[in-house]
Design a protein around this ligand. Structure first.
Ligand code: F6R
Length: 279
């Protein structure tokens, strides 16, 4: 796991946008896994800015969002479909036919879950998955206790998640109780994963994710089993990490490798052969 600690939430969104743009530049038909919630909003704003500046195009991309509430009518302002339209899809040049979210407003929810898995598979799988993390350690809506092998399915939200998300709704009662979410097994099949966390409220969850045991009680800890995960954290979200100094040291070495010269120091010569220390 690569842990990158940045000074501000703005720096986190810049780095996340860099990773998205790198994926778009290197893949012929990029498949992006996207998240909603407060954390990625600044990243989406940065992507919109880069698009408007003519630096990136999303026209070749296919996207799959992590989750959707169950039971909100189509066009409901708090549905994740509306969130994505508002923050990203309608503001850049995505082909809307290739921007997918689970169907949370159908009666055949079982079929909607299976169809979602099939669409991800048929697209060739996700190249880069963006994740946030819940204060209870959830990723997507995989609440504590979720199977680490789970697939896209119906999930009941915990009271904590409903309370956390009630800031977007008129009242706690208006927050749906059910969601369709990609499973942890589905997420772990993405070829690269980047998890964003900002703010002190995420510090305990981040610590448990990166330095605690792999356990269904902290769904995000399953990311320890994936070979290409980057955590982009601001100082406050990283504040409870025990190995904080070491992660910063590794990033310093990373930077030296990237500046490497074939005829320079030993590190320089090593860096001319690869530019990333393996996780
Ligand atoms: C949303 C999602 C959730 C959020 C998490 C953090 O698609 O999958 O897991 O990433 O609840 O939400 P924020 O960013 O609002 O703190």
């Amino acid at each position: 796991m690569r842990v990158i600690i940045l000074q501000t939430p703005e720096a986190v969104s810049q780095r996340a946008a860099d990773l998205v743009c790198e994926t778009i530049a290197t893949e012929e038909t990029p498949v992006l896994g996207l998240a909603t919630g407060g954390t990625p909003v600044a990243t989406y704003q940065e992507l919109v800015r880069r698009y408007q500046a003519g630096n990136v195009s999303f026209s070749a991309c296919t996207t799959f969002n992590l989750d959707e509430y169950v039971g909100l009518p189509e066009g409901h302002p708090e549905s994740y479909r509306c969130f994505m339209n508002q923050h990203l899809f309608d503001r850049v040049d995505f082909d809307s036919r290739r921007c997918h979210l689970p169907q949370g407003n159908t009666l055949d929810l079982q079929q909607a879950c299976q169809a979602y898995e099939a669409m991800i598979r048929d697209s060739g799988g996700i190249d880069l998955q963006i994740l946030g993390i819940g204060t209870d350690g959830h990723i997507a809506f995989n609440e504590p206790g979720s199977s680490l092998a789970s697939r896209t399915r119906l999930k009941a939200l915990t009271e904590q998640t409903r309370r956390d998300n009630s800031r977007f709704f008129e009242s706690l009662d208006a927050v749906p109780k059910l969601s369709i979410t990609m499973g942890i097994g589905t997420i772990l099949e993405a070829r690269k994963i980047v998890l964003l966390a900002t703010g002190e409220g995420k510090a305990d969850a981040v610590r448990a994710l990166a330095e605690g045991p792999v356990t269904a009680s902290v769904p995000a800890s399953a990311l320890q089993l994936h070979a290409n995960v980057t955590l982009l954290l601001d100082e406050t979200a990283a504040s409870k990490l025990v190995r904080r100094e070491y992660y910063m040291h590794v990033e310093e070495i990373q930077r030296s490798l990237q500046k490497a010269q074939p005829r320079g120091s030993h590190l320089g010569r090593v860096g001319s052969h690869f530019d990333r220390i393996a996780e």
